[in-house]
Ligand binder design. Structure first.
Ligand code: AMP
Ligand code: ZN
Length: 315
C-alpha cells in the first residue's frame, strides 16, 4: 500500500465493516440509495467496471466456445416449482404478483392506498417468479433440445437475480447480476471444466490486484433438513467459493464453483449422447461483488486506480 495522503478515498486495509463501506459508496455516488436495503442504483463508473470485468472473463474463457443465452430476470413459476428451489431456499424466492381484479377492486385498492392500508392483498401471483440464479432457466431449455451431442455443451449466461436477503452489507443485494458458465456432459467433462475454473478464477482475480482464496462452501439451505443438505454438499466437495476480503472480518464469496452431479440432468431429463443422465457444473461470477471488491481496494475513483489494474481492465 503506498503512503498516499488521506483523502475521501477509503483505506483498503482491514475490515471497516459493511455499513461503513456502504456509506462510503453512497457518499462517493458509486451506489445510489433507494430506501430499500439491497436495492441500489449504480453509477456509470460502476457499470463500466462490470463491463470491463466481463470482457476479461470472456477473454479467459475465449477458447472454450460457449453458446451465449441471456434469459430475462424472471422465469416461469412452474419451472422454479419443479427445480426444487422452494424446498431448499423458500426464504430467498420471489414471486411476481399483479392486480387482476375489476373496477370495484380497483376502487378498493385506491381507497386502501389512500388510507395507508396494505393494498397488496388485492394482488395475485402471476406465472412469473424472479430468477434466483442465472442457470435455472437453462436446464429445461437444454432438455427440450433432446440428447446432447458427443462431448456435451457449454453455455455463457448472465442474468439479474433476485434473493430476498435484505442487508446493509453492500455485497448482499436483493437484485444483483450473475455471469455464469455452465457445462453439461459426462462426469469427467464436467469435473474438468470446474477444475479449469478453480485455477483460472484466482489467476483472473489476482491479475486485478486483489487477494483471494478458494474454500469449500455450502448453500444456505433452509431449516433443520437444510443442515443435513449443507453437510452433505460439503462432505462431497460439491461447492467451492472464491473469497475476497471486502469490508467484513470474513472475506466475501465473489465467485462460486458448483458441481450438481446428475441432479439437474435427472430432474429435467437431460441426456448424454449415450442416453445416461447428464452431469452439470456452473461457475458463477457475482458481478457486483467483484466490482465492490475493486472499489474497496483501489478506491472510489476509477481514474486513480493503479495503472497495472487499469491496464488489465482497459488494456
Ligand atoms: P451462489 O449461487 O449463491 O453461489 O451465488 C453465485 C454468486 O453470486 C456468488 O458467488 C456471489 O458472488 C453472488 N451473490 C450471491 N448472493 C448475492 C447477493 N445477495 N448479492 C450480491 N451477489 C450475490
Ligand atoms: Zn449456476
Amino acid at each position: 500500500m503506498d503512503a498516499a495522503p488521506q483523502t475521501a478515498t477509503p483505506s483498503a486495509e482491514g475490515p471497516i465493516g459493511a455499513k461503513a463501506f456502504l456509506d462510503q459508496l453512497f457518499t462517493a455516488g458509486v451506489l445510489t440509495e433507494t430506501g430499500v436495503d439491497g436495492l441500489y442504483g449504480r453509477s456509470g463508473d460502476f457499470e463500466e467496471v462490470i463491463e470491463r470485468f466481463e470482457a476479461l472473463v470472456t477473454r479467459y474463457a475465449g477458447a472454450d466456445k460457449a453458446e451465449r443465452i441471456h434469459f430475462p430476470p424472471g422465469m416461469p413459476r412452474p419451472m422454479l416449482e419443479k427445480s426444487g428451489y422452494l424446498k431448499s431456499f423458500p426464504q430467498l424466492a420471489g414471486c411476481v404478483h399483479s392486480f387482476m381484479g375489476g373496477e370495484a377492486d380497483h376502487a378498493r385498492l385506491l381507497q386502501m392506498l389512500a388510507n395507508g392500508e396494505d393494498w397488496t392483498e388485492l394482488q395475485q401471483a402471476t406465472d412469473v417468479v424472479l430468477t434466483p440464479a442465472a442457470c435455472y432457466p437453462l436446464y429445461p431449455t437444454v432438455a427440450k433440445r433432446g440428447p446432447m451431442p458427443e462431448g456435451g455443451v457449454l453455455f455463457d449466461l448472465k442474468s439479474y437475480c433476485f434473493r430476498h436477503e435484505p442487508s446493509q452489507d453492500p455485497a448482499r443485494m436483493q437484485l444483483f447480476r450473475m455471469r455464469e458458465y455452465v457445462r453439461i456432459g459426462s462426469p469427467e467433462e464436467v469435473r474438468a471444466f470446474r477444475e479449469s475454473w478453480l485455477e483460472r478464477g484466482p489467476e483472473l482475480i489476482r491479475s486485478l490486484g486483489l487477494s483471494c482464496e478458494i474454500d469449500l462452501a455450502n448453500d444456505p439451505f433452509f431449516g433443520r433438513a437444510g443442515k443435513m443438505l449443507a453437510n452433505n454438499q460439503r462432505d462431497q466437495g460439491l461447492k467451492f467459493e472464491l473469497l475476497i476480503p471486502v469490508a467484513n472480518e470474513k472475506p466475501t464469496a465473489c465467485l462460486s464453483f458448483n458441481y450438481h452431479q446428475d441432479h439437474f440432468g435427472t430432474l429435467w431429463g437431460i441426456q448424454q449422447a449415450d442416453g445416461a443422465p447428464a452431469h452439470s457444473a456452473c461457475v458463477g461470477f457475482g458481478l457486483e461483488r467483484v466490482a465492490l471488491a475493486l472499489f474497496r481496494h483501489h478506491g472510489m475513483k476509477v481514474a486513480d486506480w493503479p495503472q497495472s489494474v487499469r491496464a488489465v481492465l482497459w488494456g
